[in-house]
Structure formats: C-alpha cells, structure tokens
Design a protein. Structure first.
Lengths: 330, 542
C-alpha cells in the first residue's frame, strides 16, 4: 500500500476505486443497484464464503461446551450447563495450566526473538549474492525441509542426536561421553527451536525475497552516489523497504503466539515429560480429547483464542499509531 | 507397553518402561479406564446375559496347562487340521476394522497375497486401520471425537467407556447372551471370565480378546548372550540383578543390558500388589505400597548407570523387539504372549530366549509377577453397522477358530510354500509370511492362547515351563473386571499423571520424594473414591 491509497479519494469516480468506505457518491446508489453492478463478483465470492462459514464460523458453535459439563456421548444438547465453572482452571491458576502457560510464553519469546528474524537475515544474504545460479541452488536446498512432515523431522533429529543416534554411537565407540540431547528436558527448547529453524527458515525467506526484488533499484544507485556502503544501503534502503511486510508478519505472528507447534511437541513429549514440554495446545489435547475433561479443555482453548484475538487487535492498533498499514484498517 | 499384548496404553505409559501401570493396564484392561460390571458379581442378572462357555475339544495338548492356569502347549501342529468354518462369513460388502498392532505394518492388499486370500476366505474385502499399540488410545480418542469409528473397533482406554458403548456400539446381548452364542461356536470357546470386560449394565457390548496368564509380564533374556559371557539367568537379589545388567552393558559397542526400564520387574522384586490389593474390607492401590522409594532408587541406578537403552523413553514399542533381536539389549520386559514375535524377529540363528524370574530384592526368596487379566481388551461393533451384526460376528467367530483348525493355521501362518515352510510337520513363517500376515487379526478376535512355537525346537516347552514356574504364584488383581464410576471417568487421566511421574523419577527429572506427594494428590483427586467404589463392588460380588 502506498500513501496514495490512503489519501482521501476524489468523490467523482466511484467505479475505478477499489475502496470499501462508502463515499458520498456511493451512498446515493441503492442496494439493488449495487447488487446489480457487483453480482458477478459476489457470485465468485460465494464458494469461498461457504468454506469460511463451514470451517471457520460453524465450528465456533462448539465453544459452548466450555460452559457445560460436557459429556461427549450426550452431546451438546443434553449436557448440563455449568456456567463459568470450567474457567476456574484458568482464573484460579491450576498449577498444570500455569505450567503450560509458562512454557508457551517462553517458547513464544524464543520464536519471536530467534526464529522470526532468521529468514530475514537469510533473505538479505541470499539477495546480496551476485550469482543467480548459486542463489537458486541454495534456495532449493533450504526450501526442501519445509515439505517434510513433523514426524519425519523429529525422526531425523532422533536418528542423528538420539541416545543411540549417529553422533552418540560414534562418541561412545571412541570412548567419549555421549551428549544427552533428545530426552533432555534442559535441551528441549533449544531442540525445538533448531527443528523449527531447520524446517521453515528457508521457506519463510520466500516472502522477504519477493519484497526485496520489489525495492526500487534507483534507490540503491542514488544512495551509492551519495557514498553509502553495503551496510548503509541495507540500513537505509533495504530494511525500510522490508518494514511493512515485517510488521504485517509480526502482527500475524502475535495472533499465533500462543500456538507454538502442537504436532512437533506432542511427538516429542514422551521423551522429556510434560514438565517442560506441556504447552497450551497439548494441554487442551491431553486433558480434553485424551483425558475426557472436555469442558475445561474447551475453556482453556477459548481463553487462548480470546487472548490471541486481543493481541492481534492491539498490535494492529499499535501499528497504525506508528504510521504503518498493519493487517487491515478498521 | 511394548508387548503384543500391551493393551491400550498411551505412548507415555509405554515409555514408563513397563510401568506397572501399563501392566496394571494389562491386568486391568477391564479395570483401568474401562470398568466393566463384572458379570458374576454386581448383579445376579449378569449371569443371564453372560455368554455360555463351550470348550472346543478338537485337539489334545502335548503339555496341558489347565492345572497351572496357563495355556496349553503344543509341540506339533495336528497333521490333518479340520476345516472348522464351512461357509465364508462375509456378505461380500467391505468389513472395516480399527485396531492396533505391535508389529510392522503389512504390505498393501494389492501386494499382499495373504490379505487377498483372507478376503477370499472371509467372503468380504477386509480393510484394517492399524495403529501402533502405544498410540492407540490417542488414535481411538480422536476417531471417536470425529465420529469415524469403523464397523468393528477395538475399544481404547478412554474415559467413560460404558457411555461410549451405549452411544456408538451395537448391543450384542440378543446375539450372544447365554446359549445364543452357540451360533458362534468359537466365540463360545472363549473363557467365561474374559467376558467380564465387555459386559456393561447387564448388556454384552463386545467380543473379548482373551489372554489371561499369557499376558503376564516377565523379564526376557537372550540366553545365548548370557551364556557367551558366562552369566547365569538366575539372580538371587537386587544387587545380583544390577551386576547382571552391568555385565551385559558395553558402552563402546553400544550395548545396553535393558531394552527399556524394567519397572514391572523391579516392582515384582518388592512384592508390590497387582494394581490393587485387599486390606480387610478395603481396597488399596499399589501406589500406596511402602516400597516405591526403594524400587525407584533401584530403577534410577539402572538408568543413571547407563544400563537401560538411552532411547527407552523416546521410541516405539517395536524398537524393543529390534533391540532384543539384534543383541543391542539382552534383557526386555514383555508379556509371555510376545514370545512368538521375538522368535520371529531374531537376526542371529543362534538366538535363544529365556525368562529370568524376579527374585525378592533382599534375596529372601522368589519375587512374584503380576497375573495377566483374562482379557486384554475387546472389540465392539459400530451402531452404524447394526444391520450387518450377524455377518460381523461370524467374521469374529472365524478369527477365533482355535488351534488345530485349518483357519488357525491360515490365520497365523498363511499359505504353505508362500508364507510358511513345513519343517518336521510344523509351519514356520518365512520372512514374506511374517511381513504379510501382520493384519492385527489377533487384536480383532482371537482364540484362547495356545503356546506353539514351531520356529525353533524347544521353545514351546521352554515357554511352557517358564510359565509353569511363575504363573501359579502370580499376583492377581482383586478388582479386575469390577466397575467403578469414578475410575471410568477419571481413572485414565489419574493414571497418566502417575505414569508421567514414574518416567520423570526414573530419569532423574523429579526426586524420589515427589512420589509421596503425588500419591496424596492422586488420592484426593479421585483415587480414594475409586478405591471405595471398588471395595463396594468387591463386597457386592461375594
């Protein structure tokens, strides 16, 4: 988006402007006329809307079980209402719940500080490579792990770092002490982080590379003419060019911040115990689907969603304050 | 955990390394997290619905086990097996099954001659959805939540099983109660006690996977490896056991004595009760046994000394067999019913399998193992398949055809020349046979267990004798098959917490002293109530 998009629109040409806010001109057009004008677009939107309703809005109905003493075989209609009883876990601070919150927040912090900037750095390095050939080869290689499922990734790490993995077998057979990584609760967060980075850093560079290629070459030339070196150029041209996408992704990331990799963690939970590995998502799964405490699990899930929504809205507001576009204009 | 007969355990339970709870699970498949109104006790009416027992008398065992309450053993397969099921049970329409497995997943039906022939003999295409047993509870819980249950499903260890069955399973009482079961003679051949697991609220909801003593856990050893090192398979006390583990560990060669933590074996050394014990009119959980701290100290010592395989807590149960088979670990705790699969997965032809009986920890005598439950679980028929219930029961009856029949021979050993060779008149699975026959049939329905180990001369007798030595003294679970509402609702989760703690303590992530606090929490969180309900149920059953 550029500033031109945000400038007050001239009121005469309604047709060419893809604007959402009705202007004085639009208000005069009746609903019927607008329907007649826009119906091909609306028709195109119907399948998408149906999918959104079926898979995004309809399931929201399930949240009612957070307010019930839900019995799966009685169903939502016959289970007894229990008001906010299920939320006592959240508000009274059940130790296991608090532990899950703590672990989630720690992982979120790590992911924001270490995992999030990684693809930006990689993208910058790739972008500065002169040889297209090398760049393409590197890109292809680092994209690959993204397409592996977590089961495979976890298995690969186990084969390499496990108690009888490649490295430890070698160490032992040469008389050294093995290193304890898999199954070591203290190393668990580092392990999770390295897995995420190995799997997804390459893939995440795509967006940044796309934006980098959009930056006007003449800006670099101008700054070079003013005597800026590579660092200065990065600082004053490249990073400002990346800023909108970084902020957009950060806001979206905030919405996901309480979601820190369910599949990856549940696969490795047995090895390290729930002390360090239980996060909100696994808590909901272990207590709800496996433990049968559906109501409380749903309550936790609901609170988690509400917090995530609040975070996104707040971050978006903040972005506006700072003069950025954010995710949307409300 | 870890065993062909490991029942429905979560991955973590498994990893408890034969956590007693897992074991309890075995013993208590009818108990932990399941709860069944025991036919014989709680209500007199149950005996009306309990299916009649009609023993199959087609064959005479070479070694009779009835006297010791263990399975019969056979040294030779009967020369001219009878055809027990005349008409194919199927109706031509697909039969879908959801169950678990403890062996590698078989090739697809297109490349699996055994599967094709099975479909042929059943008269319906059978499609099986298999999940490793350690993950089955999770698979089952999510399948139920998604309302995707197959026509026939093995019931997982989820909370509120009776309510689940009422909502999702066909009531089999009109087809199986009393003498009606005679229509399915091989289901009628299942022992009476096995049915306790599937009778709820005076209705029969399933067909048991009957096991009994064969699903007791014991410590397997690679007798050949022990002999090579001049070690004895008889240990007299805990110290000797530690010494044995030390002697079998060789870090430089990546050899670890124990394939997984020997939790059950160690608890047996301390005479801990099998899940529950009676104390006057009260029922007490083994959690409260005074020897836990000592047992944990021993387990921690084994773990921290590196005698337990380092991946014991982070792998699959099939790994146990691999470690044992390739000699990485010479010791593994598993059920007696695992013997055939250990034999079938050996790498070295010189492999010999033995059992190490648990000593008392202080050397004052013989420890006691925990007796396996009459059934390790049961399969139910989906309500959606109610219209085909007779066909599906006929299919299960077909799968329960006992030892000595053509059906049993085919079910376990496939086709001659393709899946097995005939050696001295006995069928011996070929590698192709082993891979193709793993359709989880023994976890859909099975005949009463028979010890028959044709793969290697002497094994049938060896297993029979080991069981004869250990099982008559084995400790039974006094409340197996009894019902406790609280146990049904909260049992699985409570147990899970204790299993987690067991793992944490063994690996040194929690102090041994954490156990006492957890037991207190377990008691107040529902344990006391479960105990009380079981005590009442036990009282009522007398």
């Amino acid at each position: 988006m550029t500033d031109a998009d945000l400038a007050p629109a001239p009121s005469d040409t309604t047709r060419d402007r893809p604007r959402f806010e009705p202007t004085a001109g639009e208000r005069k057009i009746s609903l019927l006329l607008r329907l007649r004008r826009d119906y091909p677009v609306l028709l195109l939107a119907i399948p998408g809307m149906l999918v959104v309703c079926a898979f995004q809005y309809y399931p929201l109905w399930g949240n009612v079980i957070a307010f019930q003493d839900y019995q799966p075989y009685l169903g939502v209609n016959q289970s007894l209402w229990s008001g906010f009883e299920n939320f006592s876990i959240v508000f009274n601070g059940d130790p296991e719940f608090l532990n899950a919150v703590k672990n989630t927040l720690i992982l979120t912090a790590i992911q924001t500080v270490i995992v999030f900037p990684a693809p930006i750095v990689v993208a910058l390095v790739l972008h500065s490579l002169l040889s297209n050939r090398i760049r393409q080869i590197v890109q292809t290689i680092i994209y690959l792990p993204h397409f592996m499922s977590w089961v495979i990734v976890v298995a690969v790490f186990q084969q390499v770092l496990g108690g009888t993995g490649m490295i430890n077998n070698w160490l032992r057979s040469h008389g050294y002490d093995p290193i304890h990584v898999i199954g070591n609760a203290e190393a668990f967060r580092a392990l999770l982080t390295s897995q995420v980075m190995w799997k997804d850093t390459g893939w995440a560079t795509i967006l940044f590379l796309a934006v980098l290629s959009q930056i006007d070459r003449s800006l670099y030339e101008a700054s070079a003419a003013d005597g800026a070196g590579r660092w200065r150029q990065t600082w004053h041209v490249t990073l400002p060019g990346l800023k909108p996408i970084i902020i957009l992704l950060l806001i979206l990331k905030l919405g996901d911040s309480l979601t820190v990799g369910f599949e990856q963690i549940i696969l490795q939970q047995p090895a390290v115990g729930i002390g360090t590995s239980e996060v909100l998502d696994t808590y909901v799964y272990n207590n709800g689907i496996i433990g049968g405490d559906w109501g409380a699990a749903a309550a936790v899930g609901l609170v988690k969603s509400v917090v995530a929504l609040a975070l996104v809205l707040a971050a978006n507001k903040l972005a506006h304050r700072l003069g950025e576009e954010g995710v949307y204009r409300g | 955990m870890s065993t062909p007969d490991s029942r429905l355990v979560t991955r973590r339970t498994l990893l408890a390394g034969l956590g007693a709870f897992g074991l309890a699970g075995a013993a208590g498949c009818s108990n932990e997290g399941r709860g069944g109104t025991s036919g014989a006790d709680t209500s007199g009416a149950s005996s009306d619905v309990r299916p009649a027992y009609l023993r199959y008398t087609g064959v005479e065992p070479d070694l009779a086990g009835a006297e010791y309450n263990i399975p019969n053993a056979f040294l030779r397969y009967p020369a001219n097996p009878v055809r027990a099921v005349e008409a194919p049970p199927g109706d031509g329409k697909p039969i879908n099954v959801l169950t678990y497995t403890n062996t590698p997943i078989p090739p697809k039906v297109e490349q699996n001659l055994f599967w094709q022939e099975l479909n042929n003999r059943v008269g319906s295409p059978v499609s099986v959805s298999l999940t490793p047993s350690v993950d089955y509870t999770q698979k089952f819980a999510t399948t139920v939540a998604g309302d995707q249950l197959a026509d026939i499903f093995l019931v997982g260890a989820v909370p509120q099983v009776p309510q689940l069955l009422q909502a999702k399973a066909t009531d089999l009482t009109p087809h199986l109660a009393g003498d009606k079961i005679k229509k399915y003679p091989f289901l009628a051949n299942l022992p009476e006690t096995a049915w306790n697991a599937c009778i709820f609220g005076n209705k029969v909801y399933g067909v048991p996977i009957s096991r009994g003593a064969i699903s007791s856990q014991a410590l397997y050893c690679r007798a050949d490896l022990l002999e090579q090192r001049g070690l004895s398979a008889q240990v007299k006390n805990a110290d000797e056991f530690v010494e044995l583990c030390k002697a079998l560990t060789d870090r430089r060669r990546n050899r670890f004595a124990l394939a997984a933590a020997p939790t059950a074996f160690v608890r047996n050394m301390f005479d801990m009760p099998n899940n529950w014990s009676e104390n006057g009119t009260a029922v007490v959980s083994y959690f409260e046994h005074e020897a836990h701290e000592q047992a944990f100290e021993l387990l921690r010592k084994l773990w921290s000394s590196g005698y337990v395989h380092p991946d014991a807590f982070s792998g699959q149960n099939q790994d146990l067999k691999v470690r044992f088979g390739n000699g990485t670990s010479a010791l593994a705790v598993d059920t007696f019913s695992a013997w055939p699969s250990y034999l079938q997965t050996t790498v070295d032809p010189q492999t010999r399998i033995g059992i190490i009986p648990p000593p008392k920890h202080d050397g004052s005598g013989q420890g006691r193992i925990w007796l396996g439950a009459p059934a390790i679980g049961f399969t139910a028929i989906s309500k959606k398949a109610e219209a085909r219930v007779e066909t599906l029961l006929a299919y299960l009856n077909f799968l329960a055809a006992p030892f000595g029949t053509q059906e049993y021979l085919f079910r376990k050993f496939g086709l001659p020349g393709v899946h097995h060779r005939v050696v001295n008149g006995n069928p011996v699975l070929t590698p192709k046979g082993f891979s193709e026959t793993q359709l989880g049939l023994m976890y859909q329905a099975d005949s009463p267990w028979t010890i028959f180990l044709p793969e290697k001369e002497g094994n049938s007798a060896a297993e029979f004798n080991a069981m004869k030595q250990l099982c008559p003294d084995a400790i039974a679970d006094p409340v197996a098959g009894l019902y406790s509402e609280t146990n049904v609702r909260k049992g699985p989760q409570l147990t899970e917490t204790m299993t987690q703690l067991t793992n944490d303590i063994i690996q040194g992530r929690q102090p041994v002293s954490a156990w006492a606090g957890a037991v207190k929490k377990w008691k107040s969180g529902g344990g006391d109530q479960i105990a009380e309900e079981f005590a009442q149920a036990l009282e009522a059953s007398r």
